[in-house]
Design a protein around this ligand. Structure first.
Ligand code: ATP
Ligand code: MG
Length: 230
């Protein structure tokens, strides 16, 4: 496409930007579709089915109390499963740890669990005492980026130590995850993890980069604007 090649640089950049924006929107749509499917096509019919069984149990309660009892027991199990499903869907929207603990302690608690699993990898989390309130979107994106970066360290790095540094300064949330492992290969295949870390940051007008550290190991830096002065 010679015509495209000779286009001024600016136009090409605009086209790239447009494409990446379209990709973000289509991913967001995909996510909505999945949530809708989980709620409407799975949970909806499950709970409707429970209502039918409940009717049947009520009709049998006098003539066949044993069968009615069996039905109620089955309903109890189904209700428990439905609660589990709802928790899972809610977690996809916003991890519960963020509400229960807050951003920094939630990441710290994840790191502590990694340290407790018996592998040699030691993860340390450093963050200032006063972190400043984060907007919900930045908090969720930052948490997910941190978790995926740590999952990658555990899975690919073969590292001894990993340092997670969290800062919230000059209206920016910054997440740095550095390990002393084998180092990310220059031509590594991007999986879902890195792609979604890029997206999470880009969606909020931020950026994410993965580099090989000079002394060995990998460094992930994600920066997300928060609009909040600390
Ligand atoms: N900390 C790290 N140390 C070494 N290599 C890494 C590190 N993080 C990522 N990589 C490399 O980058 C690749 C892509 O990572 P990415 O998270 O996108 O995919 P993945 O972890 O292989 O699979 P998934 O889609 O389940 O996350 C990995 O397969 C690995 O080769
Ligand atoms: Mg990964």
């Amino acid at each position: 496409m010679a015509a495209f090649e000779t286009q001024p640089h600016g136009d090409r950049e605009t086209a790239d930007l447009q494409r990446s924006r379209e990709r973000l929107v289509s991913n967001r749509e995909e996510e909505r579709r999945r949530l809708r499917r989980d709620l409407h096509d799975d949970l909806g019919p499950t709970i409707a089915g429970m209502a039918f069984t409940l009717d049947a149990a009520r009709n049998l309660i006098e003539s066949d109390p044993k069968e009615a009892g069996r039905m109620i027991e089955k309903l109890r199990k189904e209700a428990q499963e439905a609660v589990g499903d709802i928790r899972r869907v809610a977690h996809e929207l916003r991890p519960a740890a963020l509400d229960e603990l807050g951003f920094v302690p939630a990441l710290r608690s994840y790191a502590e669990r990694m340290n407790a699993d018996g592998d040699r990898l030691r993860v340390r989390v450093e963050a200032p005492e006063q972190f400043g309130e984060l907007p919900a979107a930045a908090e969720v994106a930052g948490f997910r980026i941190g978790l995926e970066a740590l999952a990658n360290v555990a899975r690919h790095a073969n590292a001894h130590t990993c340092l997670v540094e969290l800062t919230h300064r000059r209206r920016e949330l910054r997440i740095e995850v550095a390990d002393d492992g084998v180092g990310v290969e220059a031509g590594h295949e991007a999986g879902n993890g890195l792609a979604s870390m890029h997206e999470l940051a880009a969606e909020l007008g931020g950026r994410m980069e993965v580099t090989r550290r000079k002394g060995g190991g990998t460094q992930v830096i994600a920066v997300i604007p928060t609009g909040v002065e600390t």
